[in-house]
Design a protein around this ligand. Structure first.
Ligand SMILES: C[S@@+](CC[C@H](N)C(=O)[O-])C[C@H]1O[C@@H](n2cnc3c(N)ncnc32)[C@H](O)[C@@H]1O
Length: 199
């Protein structure tokens, strides 16, 4: 993370913890459903689930609950993992060292930037065939020497949903100068192109 604002957030939060706005996730999930209409009745894992005891809810489980339980009455199961003991996740530990293979239809999170590629690769390995891996990443994640090999090996995500409004990850509502997008991979779908939509 290069932004000043998120650097400020990191001073007070360990393990690269900051909070994704639930509304933005709900907005994204609603748009994704227009393309993949069964996605919200599935078995989810958030492997970097966040939350802070006594302060913040876990953003992705909360958004999934709002987008699914409230509007459609479905009951997806959302398992949660986080490395911090003060997180609200059900399971405390390092996702990169856990055996989660073939248990989940959808693995979704906002990963810590410094280990994001390892998280994505593990999630693509762990998710069931034809399942989805969804990560909130900087839009410029596409452009880097270090990830070129990854795109060549795995192809591009099936969808890229670019958030037109800059997100704030801090309580004061300040935004940084970086655009974010939800990157959506479907395991087994490979393309050298991505379907990009601005939401
Ligand atoms: C960028 S925050 C996102 C939190 C939450 N998903 C959200 O979007 O609001 C990343 C989270 O990953 C957790 N984390 C860092 N390294 C991890 C690891 N190796 N395994 C599991 N969780 C990890 C941090 O404690 C933090 O809560």
């Amino acid at each position: 993370m290069s932004s000043t604002n998120r650097s400020e957030a990191r001073k007070t939060h360990k393990s690269d913890y900051y909070v994704t706005p639930v509304r933005e996730i709900e907005n994204f999930l609603n748009e994704l459903q227009k393309e993949e209409n069964q996605i919200l009745i599935k078995n989810f894992l958030d492997p970097c689930a966040g939350g802070l005891i006594g302060k913040d809810k876990m953003s992705y489980p909360e958004a999934i609950k709002n987008a699914v339980y409230d509007r459609y009455g479905g009951k997806p199961r959302v398992e949660t993992i986080d490395i911090r003991l003060d997180s609200l996740a059900n399971i405390k530990g390092n996702y990169l060292k856990m055996d989660c293979k073939d248990k989940y239809d959808v693995i979704i999170t906002n990963p810590p930037f410094n280990i994001s590629l390892d998280i994505i690769k593990k999630a693509l390995n762990d998710v069931k065939d034809n399942g989805y891996v969804i990560m909130l990443l900087r839009l410029n994640y596409f452009g880097s020497k270090s990830r070129k090999k990854f795109w060549e090996e795995y192809g591009l995500p099936k969808y890229t949903f670019v958030h037109h409004k800059r997100m704030s990850f801090t309580d004061d509502g300040k935004t940084d100068s970086i655009e974010y997008a939800h990157f959506v991979w479907e395991k087994g779908y490979r393309s050298n192109f991505t379907n990009l939509r601005v939401i």
